[in-house]
Design a protein around this ligand. Structure first.
Ligand code: NI
Length: 157
């Protein structure tokens, strides 16, 4: 297991624009492996490289069926709208009310540089948007309506 330390929102790496990946080498493969291990250990849905201090455009997303590796991802299509609770491994214990598309399609490269597309609805669409925001230094607290209260978290509608 290659676990990496998850940085919290007070650290500068979470607020920087990440650079494109240009080398699809063993270092990228090790990063992806470590990010997947770290995501599973933290029981999260998605993780972006800046959250482990690497300012490169790499994210992993657990779709419920598999953990997708997205290198240099961009949103190519979105539709609909969903407003709901959203959290982040870098903002432990807090959740905000965030509006996101209900469907999202991303185009990305795999670990060897091959381009592909992936689409998702609901939580996966939310996660694509959340993780891609991280690559531009944006944390959900900057796009949320407000934090959810303890009461709201205990009694979700
Ligand atoms: Ni996050």
């Amino acid at each position: 297991m290659g676990l990496r330390k998850i940085l919290t929102v007070d650290e500068s790496a979470l607020h920087k624009t990440c650079r494109e990946v240009t080398s699809f080498d063993w270092k990228l493969h090790k990063l992806l492996k470590d990010m997947k291990d770290t995501l599973e250990e933290a029981d999260g849905v998605g993780l972006a490289a800046p959250q482990v201090g690497i300012l490169r455009r790499v994210v992993v997303v657990d779709t419920g069926e598999e953990i997708l590796e997205l290198v240099n991802p961009t949103l190519v299509e979105t539709s609909g709208e969903q407003t709901g609770a959203e959290g982040c491994l870098s903002v432990p214990g807090k959740y905000g009310l965030v509006t996101r598309p209900s469907y999202a399609k991303v185009r990305a490269q795999d670990r060897d540089g091959n381009w592909f597309e992936a689409e998702g609805e609901g939580l996966t669409a939310r996660c694509f948007c959340h993780e891609l925001d991280h690559l531009d230094g944006i944390v959900f607290t900057e796009v949320m309506d407000r934090f959810l209260t303890e009461e709201e978290l205990k009694n979700p509608e």
